[in-house]
Design a protein around this ligand. Structure first.
Ligand SMILES: Cc1cc2nc3c(=O)[nH]c(=O)nc-3n(C[C@H](O)[C@H](O)[C@H](O)COP(=O)(O)O)c2cc1C
Length: 664
């Protein structure tokens, strides 16, 4: 533009000079445009405007009759300002990035490009520049191209007003956004994690509308941890751990988040400065101030109110492999869901307790009413049962029924009943000795794939419900329960866990688990034939001595099981219309050839060698098993040459998404 202006004698040129000026200017602008594209990989609006302006100018001076072409020669500076005015005004009106974006992006770190503040600041500055260019256009046009009006005044405006405002405005904007008073720290919990755990209490459903989203907090340092907030249907729940598909992830030091909540630090500034990171939906981040009330005294009152209404849940866990059991996995999620609604929970692991079998002496009915002869752990547990609102019976299915541990416990509940036979409705039963308002929930897992295996157990509990005046308000029955611990099934299992969590929420909020939730838990994770095939492979693997670890560890020690599990966990959505064969040539401890065929949205597992596989993975069994068990990083192992891949490498890249999600 400078060369153009010099040759065109700052608009005071003859037509012949202007013709040379536009062509030279156009060639230079073209070269600059091409170089930017090639080396910086992008071009700014400024380059495009100059190129367009000089292109139109060239056509104008060469192609139009002299009367018209002299118009361009006389007003080229004014026209240039007009072109700049349009460039700063129009793109954002059509949804394109505003004019200042490219320049701002070179100055600000990438993490802030998507923040609403960055967009707002840029938009304001862009409109500010269109104002400046409009003034310059008018000055130049009305001043008839005289240097004072077309050069001096515009330059003073650009250098004296434009550039200083660009420097000052971002800080001014951010400061103005953050003018609120700090919050009294005594209203807040002491750690970042507790703070997030309490956020649902300040949730404003009216601000959420029909928002449906998960927000993941990943707080590092002291008082940190992973906490997931889930907003749906006008409610907000919280749980420790990872959200399945968070719309927004906030990665921050725990103490920083406390300071942000106390309003000691401006969240936007802190984000710009890289003190914390955000992934996902930035609009959700900006809405957070609206979605959650600031911690105030009112919120403290909320807390007290919740305190008063706390439901007490007593979980009786009857698995002989207590904390490493499948049933425990379901139970834990259920209890977490209930806790998120303010319930108080306690779990009794029967395996760890001393509970004598009932000997049918009826001492607790006849000689010492309500008191058993055995002074084991049961008297204490009876008090707990009496004092709770919900008893959760959690048991694996043993021989179509509850385990003997749970059966013994239930028999020892006899002191809670009155011996008399009273007819109520159609049947006689023993009334409760103590006034009570208890409900029951049943949680069970079984080995077989069909839910019908629970029939007898359910029948027993329906009897207990009717005879014991204890409503059964939820049945969480999961067939194929051994899949809960299989490494390769983690992604599928996530859905079950979320459903169990939801059941916990429902039982507190609605007083019972919904039928939909119950049905969801019962849905098989894999088809029955697949489960049977996997189970049989698993037992063979043990019998052949390939798998040696305990079942409770859920570790995969057999390549066949791993590959069969991969086929079962196949994600047909991620595969779309992929047709491919993945061959595994396995060396090391467990040598063999196996392959997976992907076609028509299905994946099948085969032994032997495939014809013309698309990808062949040559690996020692120890390496792939270690990767599957999360003891080794797959990418790193590949880089270090621990396994080889021949063929379509894009397939290797897709393995994670094809067989579970990125996270699994
Ligand atoms: C002694 C015994 C009896 C079992 N009976 C059955 C049964 O009748 N039906 C069934 O589907 N699974 C049965 N199983 C399998 C367990 O129910 C299943 O593995 C369950 O998920 C174990 O749960 P846990 O890890 O919580 O103990 C039985 C297991 C054992 C050890």
């Amino acid at each position: 533009m400078i060369v153009f202006k010099v040759i065109a004698r700052v608009g005071d040129a003859t037509l012949a000079q202007a013709k040379v000026a536009t062509v030279v200017g156009l060639i230079l602008a073209g070269i600059q445009f091409a170089l930017s594209k090639r080396f910086i990989k992008h071009t700014s609006y400024l380059e495009k405007t100059f190129l367009g302006f000089l292109g139109i100018g060239t056509a104008w001076v060469y192609l139009t009759p002299p009367g018209l072409s002299s118009l361009f020669v006389d007003h080229s500076t004014a026209l240039l300002y007009f072109a700049l005015f349009l460039t700063t005004l129009i793109p954002q009106l059509f949804g394109y990035d505003p004019f200042t974006y490219t320049i701002a992006k070179q100055m600000a770190p990438e993490r802030v490009w998507n923040t609403p503040q960055f967009r707002a600041i840029n938009l304001h500055l862009t409109y500010f520049w269109s104002g400046i260019f409009l003034i310059n256009f008018l000055s130049s046009w009305l001043g008839h191209g005289k240097p004072l009006f077309s050069i001096l005044i515009p330059l003073i405006i650009i250098l004296g007003v434009g550039l200083p405002v660009v420097r000052i405005y971002p800080n001014y904007y951010l400061k103005r956004q953050f003018t609120s008073q700090p919050i009294d720290p005594s209203f807040l919990p002491d750690t970042g994690k507790e703070l997030i755990l309490q956020m649902p209490m300040g949730f404003r459903p009216e601000a959420a509308g029909d928002l449906n989203a998960e927000i993941q907090f990943d707080l590092s340092g002291e008082g940190g941890g992973k906490v997931a907030l889930s907003i749906s249907e006008g409610t907000c729940t919280v749980r420790e751990g990872e959200a399945l598909s968070p719309a927004l992830t906030i990665i921050s030091p725990a103490d920083l988040w406390l300071k942000i909540t106390r309003r000691e630090i401006d969240p936007a500034r802190a984000l710009m400065d890289g003190l914390y990171k955000v992934k996902g939906d930035m609009n959700l981040l900006i809405r957070m101030g609206d979605l959650f009330r600031a911690p105030t005294k009112v919120r403290k009152e909320d807390l007290i109110e919740k305190e008063e209404k706390k439901m007490k849940i007593l979980a009786i866990q009857g698995s002989p492999r207590p904390k490493a059991s499948n049933t425990e996995i379901l139970l834990l999620e259920f209890l977490k869901g209930a806790q998120s609604q303010g319930a108080e929970t306690e779990t009794i692991y029967l395996k760890e307790r001393e509970i004598h079998s009932c000997i049918g002496c009826y001492t607790c009915w006849a000689k010492t009413p309500g008191v058993c002869i055995f002074k084991d752990d049961m008297p204490e547990l009876l008090e707990k049962v009496k004092g709770c609102d919900i008893v959760v019976y959690a048991t694996p299915l043993y021989n179509y029924n509850m385990t003997s541990l749970l059966k013994a416990f239930q028999e020892r509940l006899l002191p809670l009943l009155d011996p008399h036979l009273i007819k109520m409705g159609e049947i006689y039963r023993h009334p409760q000795r103590y006034k009570m308002n208890r409900k029951m929930v049943l949680i069970s897992t079984c080995g077989f794939p069909e839910v019908s295996h629970f029939d007898a157990l359910r029948h027993v509990f329906h009897h207990i419900e009717r005879s014991g005046q204890t409503p059964l308000v939820g049945e969480l029955l999961m067939p194929g329960g051994e899949l809960l611990k299989q490494q390769g099934m983690k992604e599928n299992v996530q859905g079950v866990l979320q459903t169990a969590y939801r059941a916990g929420i429902e039982v507190i909020r609605e007083g019972k688990v919904s039928k939909e939730t119950e049905m969801e838990i019962q849905k098989p994770l894999v088809p029955p034939d697949t489960l049977a095939e996997m189970a049989n492979l698993w037992w063979d693997s043990h019998l052949e001595g390939i798998t040696q670890g305990k079942p409770v560890q859920g570790k995969i020690e057999d390549m066949r099981l791993l590959l069969r599990g991969m086929a079962a966990a196949f994600n047909s959505q991620a595969a779309r219309d992929l047709k491919a064969t993945l061959q595994f040539e396995v060396t090391g401890k467990q040598t063999g050839d196996w392959f997976l065929s992907v076609e028509d949205g299905k994946c099948t597992y085969h032994e032997g060698k495939a014809n013309a596989p698309n990808l062949t993975i040559i690996t020692p069994s120890e390496v792939w098993l270690a990767i599957a068990n999360k003891e080794m990083d797959g990418q790193q192992a590949f880089m270090e040459g621990r396994y080889k891949a021949i063929g379509d490498m894009s397939l290797l890249m897709r393995i994670r998404s094809l067989f579970g999600s990125e996270r699994s």
